[in-house]
Design a protein around this ligand. Structure first.
Ligand SMILES: *Cc1c(COP(=O)(O)O)cnc(C)c1O
Ligand SMILES: [Zn+2]
Length: 395
C-alpha cells in the first residue's frame, strides 16, 4: 500500500502526477516535493506499529514514495545511532549533547539515504541509466544502489576529489568522469550528456525523491527521542537536502499526530571558504548568490550554489534558527575532539557541527538547559589525507 497522491512544486505550487519521471518543475524550474494522503496514513499506522519494524529507513514506508516492495532496494541504510555524547558533553560542559552518527550508513555517509530512495523510485519507473554530479559522497551512494538494481551508473566529480571517493565508484562498477572545476561544473557536463544519451539525472533536489530518503533523519530523531524533538539541530549544509527534508518530515509527523507543534531551531553550518547560505541568511535574502572560488577540505560542503536555496533559508527563518561559517581548522579540531571523546571517526563536515555548536554557545544563542543534536553526516575514512600525508618513499 502506498499513499502518494501527487507531486507539488515547492515554489509555484503546480501539481503533477507522481507516476512518471520528473526532474525540476516544468513551469518554474524549482524542486518538486512528494505529497501523501497523511489522513489515511494516520488511520492506518501508529507509532507502536513503527516500533516493531526492521531498523532501516523503510520502517517509515507509508510516507515514502516507492510503491512495490520488489523495488525497495536496501543495504541496511538508516536507523543510525543517536548517541548521547557524555564524555564530549563533560569536556565542553554541556549535558544534553547528542550526535546522530550517519557515518555507519552504507558507503559511509548519509548520502545513502537520499540515493536509496532516488534509485529505488527510478528503478520502479523504468529508468535505463543513471547520472549524478557529485562533490564526493553522493556518487558512491548512487553507484552502490545502481549496482544493486542492475542499472548503469555515470558519475561526474571534481578532478581534485580525494581518491577514496573515486575508488569506491570504480569498485561499484560506475563509469567515472573527472571534471576540472566544482560540483556546479560537473552538473553542466552531466546535464549535456543526459540530454544526449537519455540518462536520468539524480542531482540534489533536481528530482523529487532524494529528499524523501533524507527526511527519514527527521523521523528517526523524533522516534529515538520518544517522539519528541530537540531544541536545536546543527546540520552541515551543502545542497541542503537533509535540512529541507527534516523540516518537511516535522510537518508530516505533526499531521500524522506523531509529534506536537514544537520545532527545533535549525542551524546551517558551512565552511568559511564556501558559505553562500550563511551570507544570504545574514543579508535576509530569499535566494543565495553563487559563491566564487569555493574552497574547503569538507568536500560535502564545497557546493557554491544550491537549487533549493530558498527552501533552506525558509526553514532557518521559520524555525528561528541561524547560519554559521567555520574555518577548516575549526572543523578538523571539531572532528578530533569528537574522535578523542566519543570514539567516532567524524568527517570534517561532522566536525564543523561541533565547531558551530561551540560558537553559538559562547554567544549565548544556545542555553545550557537545551538539547542539541549534531549531525555527523559521514565517516572520516574517505578523508584520511587530512590526517596522514601520503608517503612518497617506499622505504
Ligand atoms: C553531501 C554532504 C553534506 C551536505 O549535505 P546536503 O544535504 O547536500 O546539504 C554534508 N556532509 C557530508 C559528509 C556530505 O557528503
Ligand atoms: Zn514551479
Amino acid at each position: 500500500m502506498n499513499y502518494v497522491t501527487h507531486l507539488e512544486c515547492s515554489m509555484c505550487r503546480l501539481e503533477l502526477e507522481s507516476e512518471r519521471l520528473w526532474n525540476l518543475c516544468p513551469n518554474c524550474r524549482k524542486p518538486l516535493l512528494v505529497r501523501y494522503d497523511l489522513a489515511a496514513v494516520r488511520q492506518k499506522v501508529t507509532r507502536e506499529d513503527i516500533a516493531r519494524r526492521e531498523p532501516n529507513l523503510w520502517r517509515y514506508e507509508e510516507v515514502l514514495p516507492v510503491r512495490k516492495d520488489i523495488y525497495k532496494l536496501t543495504l541496511g541504510e538508516g536507523y543510525t545511532p543517536l548517541i548521547t555524547a557524555r564524555r564530549l558533553g563533560k569536556v565542553v560542559d554541556f549535558p544534553n549533547l547528542l550526535i546522530k552518527e550517519e557515518g555507519v550508513n552504507p558507503t559511509c555517509s548519509f548520502k545513502a539515504r537520499g540515493l536509496v530512495m532516488a534509485v529505488s523510485r527510478a528503478y520502479e519507473l523504468g529508468v535505463k541509466a543513471l547520472s549524478i554530479p557529485s562533490a564526493g559522497n553522493a556518487a558512491g551512494a548512487m553507484s552502490a544502489y545502481a549496482s544493486l538494481a542492475g542499472i548503469p551508473a555515470f558519475v561526474f566529480m571534481p578532478r581534485d576529489v580525494p581518491k577514496p571517493f573515486v575508488a569506491e565508484c570504480l569498485a561499484l562498477g560506475a563509469s567515472v568522469t573527472l571534471i576540472d572545476g566544482l560540483i556546479t561544473d560537473c552538473g553542466r557536463v552531466a546535464a549535456n550528456e543526459v540530454a544526449e544519451y537519455g540518462r536520468f539525472d539524480v542531482s540534489t533536489l533536481k528530482e523529487p525523491y532524494r529528499i524523501e530518503g533524507k527526511k527519514t533523519m527527521g523521523y528517526e530523531v523524533a522516534e529515538q527521542l520518544g517522539w519528541a524533538l530537540p531544541d536545536v539541530i546543527i546540520y552541515p549544509t551543502g545542497g541542503g537536502t537533509g535540512l529541507i527534508g527534516m523540516w518537511k518530515a516535522f510537518a508530516e509527523m505533526e499531521a500524522l499526530g506523531w509529534i506536537d507543534s514544537k520545532r527545533p531551531r535549525m542551524v546551517t553550518v558551512q565552511a568559511e571558504g564556501c558559505a553562500p547560505m550563511v551570507r544570504a541568511f545574514q543579508r535576509e535574502e530569499q535566494f543565495a548568490e553563487p559563491w566564487k572560488n569555493a574552497h574547503t577540505v569538507a568536500d560535502g560542503l564545497r557546493v557554491p550554489a544550491a537549487v533549493g536555496d530558498f527552501l533552506i533559508l525558509n526553514a532557518l527563518r521559520e524555525s528561528q534558527g541561524t547560519a554559521v561559517a567555520v574555518s577548516d581548522r575549526e572543523m578538523m579540531d571539531g572532528a578530533n575532539l569528537i574522535g578523542r571523546t566519543e570514539g567516532l571517526f567524524a568527517s570534517p563536515e561532522g566536525g564543523a557541527t561541533l565547531a558551530a555548536f561551540q560558537k553559538l554557545r559562547a554567544e549565548g544563542w544556545i542555553r545550557d538547559d537545551e538539547t542539541v543534536v549534531l549531525f555527523n553526516t559521514g565517516s572520516g575514512h574517505k578523508y584520511a589525507h587530512l590526517w596522514v600525508k601520503e608517503r612518497k618513499d617506499k622505504g
